[in-house]
Design a protein around this ligand. Structure first.
Ligand code: F6R
Length: 235
């Protein structure tokens, strides 16, 4: 795993956006694996600027997101589909049909997860963007006693529910389950960049240099051949 440190969040975001730009330039029909949360917002803003300056074209790009809350639909303002449309897809001229986010309202969750995993295999992820939870989760693969291999429905941990509650009016409104790519699904990506701000420093150190254990899900990335961790000093 390669680590690159930045002083500011702005510098980290700019660098991350350049990696995405390079990927799209080299392979216009590439597939980007995307994350939500606070951390990648600056990267998305940079990509939107590049798009507005005609420096990147998303017309042939496909995207596939890591996860979605279970039990809320894409129109809900806290759903990850809503987040992606509002913060990125609506502003980059991408075809919505080429953007994939799990359907948190699917009636048959098993079928939804299987079809999502099949899609990952069919299109293949060229570049996966990741954030990291305070407990080391990637996607919504929470610390547990094994590394889940495929897309699945997961119970969110208490600490994740608490962390996510900052976006909801009440703690009781926060979804307690999510559909997430598995650790195995993420590991299939050809290249991975993980972005983290200063407050994640400790867990990043554990993930990069500690034991590889499902107690720290991101530690599995030590076994991936092409991971770059971008971290900034700012919180
Ligand atoms: C989001 C995701 C999560 C976040 C993580 C960090 O799609 O999969 O793993 O990346 O919870 O979130 P932030 O960036 O808000 O600290």
């Amino acid at each position: 795993m390669k680590l690159i440190k930045f002083k500011t969040y702005a510098e980290m975001s700019e660098y991350g956006a350049k990696i995405v730009q390079k990927t799209v330039k080299e392979k216009p029909k590439c597939v980007l694996g995307l994350a939500t949360g606070s951390t990648p917002l600056g990267l998305y803003e940079n990509l939107i600027k590049k798009y507005n300056n005609n420096c990147i074209y998303f017309g042939d790009v496909k995207t596939i997101n890591l996860d979605e809350y279970y039990g809320i639909d894409g129109k809900h303002d806290q759903s990850y589909r809503y987040y992606m449309n509002k913060n990125f897809f609506d502003k980059i001229g991408i075809l919505y049909a080429n953007t994939f986010v799990p359907n948190g309202m699917a009636e048959n969750i098993e079928k939804e997860c299987k079809e999502y995993e099949d899609r990952i295999d069919e299109i293949g992820i060229d570049l996966q963007i990741l954030g990291i939870g305070n407990n080391g989760h990637i996607g919504f693969n929470e610390p547990c006693n094994h590394f889940p291999s495929k897309t699945h429905l997961v119970d969110l941990s208490e600490s994740t529910i608490r962390a996510n509650s900052r976006f909801f009016a009440n703690l009781s409104d926060v979804p307690t389950k999510a559909i997430t790519m598995g650790i195995g699904s993420i590991m299939k990506a050809k290249k991975i960049i993980l972005l983290a701000t200063g407050k994640k420093k400790e867990i990043i150190e554990k993930a990069m240099y500690g034991d590889v254990t499902p107690e720290v899900p991101a530690s599995i990335l030590q076994f991936h051949p092409n991971v770059t961790v971008l971290i900034c000093e700012e919180m």
